[in-house]
Each structure stands twice: as structure tokens, then as C-alpha cells.
Write a new protein. Structure first.
Length: 125
């Protein structure tokens, strides 16, 4: 099973303000925008590669002072299998694998041993 860190997401109080800072001030580019019933996200990064950062405004979670971490995204070639493996090892199950047709991905959520939210994602072509 192949995995890699895809990005880290931080909660922000004002998504537009955060986007202006990371794009206009720091020079990153918007790579994607995602909106679901629970969260609006703007993914920023460099065109030359490297990691990306997700700026997230969650409708039910408050932004921590300083825009603390919200989740860690892990790419997987088998999100469902990795979810099962994580749960079997004692990870807390948060959300089972769900296929999001509009984004061509399957995602699942678990909490690591320290309680950090980990999103397991598999891209479909």
C-alpha cells in the first residue's frame, strides 16, 4: 500500500482574508477550491511543486487562536483498505470511506493516537 502526506489543513476565521495573505502577500497560488455542506476550503501552493496548505473555514468548528491545525491529509492508493487497517490498529473511526463523485476521490477519516484528525484520500482517474 502506497501512502504520502498530501497537505495540512488549518482552520481560519476569515477564509477570504487568509487567501489574500497566502496568495497576495506570500505569493502562493490557488490550486483548488472545495465546498461541502460542512466546510469551504482553498488549497494553496507553489506551481513549482512542494507541499500544499489547505485554508479551511469549517461551519461547525471554531478557528483556534493562530489558525491551528484541523486535519492531516494522507494520499493512499487504497483509502478503504487503509481505513480498515487504521481502525484495526486502534485508531478511532470518524467517518467511513465515502466516494465524492464531483471530486473523483474517496475519503475517510480517523483520529490518530493523539486525537489528530487524519483524512485518508484516494484519487480516482
Amino acid at each position: 500500500m502506497t501512502t504520502s502526506i498530501g497537505n495540512v489543513a488549518i482552520l481560519v476565521a476569515d477564509l477570504e482574508r487568509a487567501e489574500r495573505f497566502y496568495v497576495d502577500v506570500l505569493g502562493l497560488e490557488v490550486q483548488n477550491r472545495i465546498s461541502t455542506p460542512d466546510v469551504d476550503e482553498v488549497i494553496v501552493g507553489a506551481a513549482t511543486g512542494g507541499s500544499s496548505l489547505v485554508l479551511a473555514r469549517h461551519r461547525q468548528l471554531e478557528a483556534a487562536p493562530g489558525g491551528g491545525p484541523w486535519k492531516i491529509f494522507v494520499h493512499a492508493d487504497d483509502a478503504a483498505g487503509l481505513y480498515e487497517r487504521a481502525c484495526a490498529s486502534g485508531a478511532e473511526a470518524v467517518s467511513p470511506p465515502t466516494h465524492l463523485e464531483q471530486f473523483h476521490v474517496t475519503i475517510a477519516f480517523v483520529r490518530d493516537p493523539d486525537g489528530h484528525l487524519v483524512e485518508l484520500g484516494q484519487r480516482h482517474r
